[in-house]
Write a protein that binds this ligand. Structure first.
Ligand code: UTP
Length: 243
């Protein structure tokens, strides 16, 4: 099903604090217009937890300071699903199938938009998107978050960190590690990184709030982001643009 574009839609952009209905409406309109331009195109969107997950996980932690990671993950999964239901509702009749809760078992995909949330403890929705791409036979996942590009290191703590327009899976594994640490913010989930690398997928990370840039990415024109793939892409131009 190569006409399906799989997107990991970061919770941080849908629910930075409250549900950002202004952004969500614009995002839905952008995807709707893309569908109108491309009659064969379909989208599968896996929605993250954002502030919903963080808030409820913090509440659990304050009630039981040594609450286990599994329980926190379960709370996070519930948050991703409630956010996903909101996105599903926003697409109205473009979305005819039930919410995806297990990316390895997708009963049907009859609408033009399929929406899902978290699956099970031990990883984030990035990994759900990779697994869904695998199920649907898609070779690329678009990872939309609130960062424009992946950096060589965490730019908040390392002043020497520089943005990358392309990175190989091996290089990314050095940046994000191999292990799932709940609450640790990595540009792409380590479990998803391992799986996508094994499958030789391409993941394109970009800032989902910049809908102009997203349109360029979907058009196949020049965009700002980071392409993760098996091999190193040619050097970007001086504006850091790739694609
Ligand atoms: P997110 O996918 O939003 O994870 O799921 P994240 O890394 O915190 O946020 P992004 O990727 O920057 O948007 C929220 C939380 O839900 C749990 C995890 O605890 C995760 O941190 N979760 C989610 C799971 O345990 N399994 C899933 O399949 C999805």
């Amino acid at each position: 099903m190569s006409n399906v574009t799989v997107v990991s839609l970061g919770g941080s952009i849908v629910v930075p604090d409250e549900v950002d209905t202004a952004f969500t409406a614009q995002f839905v309109a952008a995807i709707r217009s893309r569908l109108a331009q491309e009659p064969q195109r379909r989208f599968a969107l896996i929605v993250g937890g954002g502030a919903t997950a963080r808030r409820y996980q913090e509440a659990a932690r304050s009630l039981l300071p040594d609450v286990d990671a599994y329980t926190l993950d379960e709370i996070g999964i519930a948050a991703t699903r409630v956010n996903a239901h909101v996105i599903r509702a926003a697409f109205g009749d473009l979305c005819r199938d039930p919410l995806v809760t297990d990316p390895t078992r997708v009963a049907s995909f009859t609408g033009r938009i399929l929406v899902g949330g978290g699956w099970k403890p031990g990883f984030s929705t990035d990994n759900v998107a990779v697994r869904l791409a695998e199920t649907l036979g898609a070779r690329t996942v678009i990872n939309l978050s609130n960062i424009r590009q992946i950096y060589t290191a965490d730019p908040k703590t390392d002043p020497d960190a520089t943005p990358l327009s392309s990175v190989t899976w091996d290089e990314l594994r050095e940046i994000v590690g191999d292990e799932w640490v709940p609450g640790k913010n990595t540009p792409f989930d380590p479990v998803a990184t391992k799986r996508a690398a094994e499958l030789a997928m391409t993941v394109i990370a970009a800032d989902g709030r910049d809908l102009f840039n997203l349109a360029a990415l979907l058009d196949g024109s020049s965009f700002v982001g980071t392409t993760i793939s098996g091999t190193r892409a040619p050097k970007p131009d001086r504006h850091g643009r790739s694609g």
